[in-house]
Ligand binder design. Structure first.
Ligand code: SAH
Ligand code: SF4
Length: 349
């Protein structure tokens, strides 16, 4: 039997092309698109406005879901839920749902593993396995959206901050974003989506050219090339001058304020002098700094800054009028925090 078509991997136009090649009218594609992304159905039988024959053909020739949730963990406070998914080739990824007062945010992965090897990141330590397809990126979102729908709620935000580097899997990531923002389907506002990047300057410029309103978060973590080279090896390829020029360009093209992620690592990047260097680097750029106490990961010797050092660093930023927030870390008890996601199944506690 020929390989089945993975429906979530198709753009709306490709779905139309498929239906037309089957001799169906093009509007059937819009109906199916609505079932997939508005009604969130995962069974062809629920597509009640399609003729029975078409439903049967779809069931024979295509697949609606490709990922199996293997394990779910909910944090002690009930506000963070982490899911380990098995993919069709038995690779695994993790995704996280975070409940805030007003927002329901899915943090999703774009690759199995990651090639960039940032020294403080669990995903980076496990190496790169493969890119996710557009459908696999979207399916993580649909999973959480469906879960929330069952509870009478809606997913409000998506952050591409899980495993992998979104801009190193540019095409699939961009297609997934187009699917999620498509008005005939999931219809998520572009401003509700944030891409986090390790700082691939050409990717940031390419994103700027899309003329999109999606948010950009840049994982900075150090304000000198000397230190950033050590923490984030790709900095040697795209040093700070190039990265910051790309960020300024992104702001000029989109008018959107950029977020800079700064994980505070004890005695490494958390002195008041380093806060001053950060202020200097960001001078004149419309931006916001997210301070994150480092999440310890077993593979890395780095430790989170103690509270006193965090507050002193933040006070220095405040004095220099650098907009910032100290992020309340979520889900560390289930290793769902930034940089703690990994491919393998976690050992049973
Ligand atoms: N590859 C992308 C997105 C995934 S990582 C990127 O690097 O931006 C998501 C965020 O978690 C990044 O800001 C990353 O720097 C941060 N991060 C990685 N390891 C961390 C750790 N141990 N503690 C806190 N943040 C971490
Ligand atoms: Fe990859 Fe981002 Fe982790 Fe760096 S921080 S290793 S780029 S996932």
């Amino acid at each position: 039997m020929p390989n089945k078509i993975l429906l979530l991997d198709l753009t709306c136009d490709q779905l139309k092309g498929l239906l037309v090649s089957w001799g169906e009218p093009a509007y059937r594609a819009n109906q199916i698109w609505g079932w997939l992304y508005r009604s969130l159905v995962s069974d062809f039988q629920e597509m009640t406005n399609l003729p029975k024959g078409l439903r049967e053909r779809l069931a024979e020739a295509t697949i609606l879901r490709t990922m199996q949730p293997l394990e779910e963990k909910v944090s002690a406070d009930g506000l963070t839920r982490k899911v380990l998914f098995a993919l069709r080739d038995d690779q695994t990824i993790e995704s996280v749902l975070m409940l805030y007062e007003k927002r329901r945010t899915a943090c999703i992965s774009t690759q199995v593993g990651c090639a960039f090897g940032c020294v403080f990141c669990a995903t980076g330590q496990s190496g790169f396995v493969r890119n996710l397809t557009p459908g696999e990126i979207v399916e993580q979102v649909l999973y959480f959206a469906h879960l929330l729908k069952a509870e009478g709620e809606r997913l409000t935000n998506v952050v591409l901050m899980g495993m992998g580097e979104p801009l190193a899997n540019y095409e699939a990531t961009w297609q997934a974003i187009e699917t999620l923002t498509h008005e005939g389907g999931f219809n998520l506002g572009a401003r509700r989506i944030t891409i986090s990047t390790v700082g691939l300057a050409p990717g940031i410029r390419r994103l700027a050219r899309e003329g999109t309103q999606i948010g950009l978060a840049v994982s900075l973590h150090a304000s000198t090339d000397e230190l950033r080279d050590k923490l984030i090896p790709i900095n040697r390829r795209y040093p700070l001058a190039q990265l910051m020029a790309a960020c300024r360009h992104y702001f000029e093209r989109t008018g959107r304020r950029i977020s800079f992620e700064y994980a505070l690592i004890n005695e490494i990047n958390d002195s008041p002098e380093q806060a001053r260097q950060l202020a200097h680097l960001l001078d004149g750029l419309f931006c916001h700094v997210n301070l994150i106490p480092l999440n310890p990961v077993p593979e890395s010797p780095y430790q989170p800054s103690p509270r006193g050092r965090i507050l002193a660093f933040q006070a220095e930023l405040n004095r220099l009028k650098v907009p910032n927030t100290l992020r309340v870390e979520r889900g560390a008890d289930i290793r769902a925090g930034c940089g703690q996601l990994r491919c393998q199944r976690m050992p049973k506690e």
